[in-house]
Design a binder for this molecule. Sequence first.
Ligand code: AHG
Ligand code: MN
Ligand code: MN
Length: 342
Amino acid sequence: MTIKENLALPVGTTLDRFIMRKQEDFPFATGELSQLLRDIALAAKIVNRAINHAGLTDIGGAYGKQNVQGEDQQKLDVVANIRFIRALRNGGEVCAIISEEEEEIIQTGNQKGRYIVAIDPLDGSSNIDVNVSIGTIFSIYRRVSEMGGDGTLADCFQKGTEQVAAGYIIYGSSTMLVYTTGNGVNGFTYETSLGEFFLSHPNITIPAKGEIYSVNEGGYNHFPEGVKKYVELCRVRNYSARYIGSLVADFHRNLLKGGIYLYPNTQKSPLGKLRLLYECNALAFLVEQAGGKASDGMRRILDIEPFELHQRCPFYIGSTEMVEEVESLLVAREVRERTPVA
Ligand code: AHG
Ligand code: MN
Ligand code: MN
């Protein structure tokens, strides 16, 4: 091992420097992924500013339109979507983008771009108007189509295992960017007066077990039996229930403290609510890199074959032992429910 490899970058390193130093670990890297990560960080700063001003300007509140999934779009959803798309288009490394807020694949016109980005530009949008933490989630894939043409659906329908980088921004009591390129998870805190992200949470690892469960318990009566049983166990064990209603914020807390986030399927939503390509895959990649686990109850999230841009899936993510316990309850119950009584 060389001295350089042996040196961990210290807390306080700027994001730009960190990205540059990590790139040096790959002798054949072209720098395009590094630039792409910097484009995302720039858009994050712009969106952060818009969010901070939300209470002062006429930017809060409903936009009066619905997105492709029939949900009300907030003005900030639209602002964030525009800002990230613009930054990625201007950067030139991305040939196509898919966004939770857009029905179809977005061609950037950069046909020589090597990468595809999937993005949830504003996660937790019901919390915008009440000054509660919200976020952005992104996944980056290498294109599989020929360079020199538009991005294709085949580029977008890659399994989560094919992500080359993923991360989120949390606009919370402070703003943070947390990302992985498949070599651990690092978190950077935004210093507003300097306009820089600084390394604050190096090599994040999630405890194998925690005492926090995050689920919208209002839906309890409609949960699968295995999930009901798990929630009962959490209550018996006196675990803390913590549910913000912004996936990024709930995930971030559980990542740092240990815990589990559950969004099960129900009769009304047989595939759950969360989107595989914009939400689940990125967080699944991060949690695995931090030593945790993400499942749809039966399968590893990262192994699911996408077939639709806005595909949903049940989502259980967090500390490994906790996710495994849910899986075992779901499997046992499923099998029992399917076995005919003699
Ligand atoms: P989005 O704002 O991107 O549509 O995502 C909202 C998601 C997620 O952030 C959150 O955990 C979940 O919806 C909350 O759903 P419930 O209101 O059904 O609990
Ligand atoms: Mn979301
Ligand atoms: Mn969203």
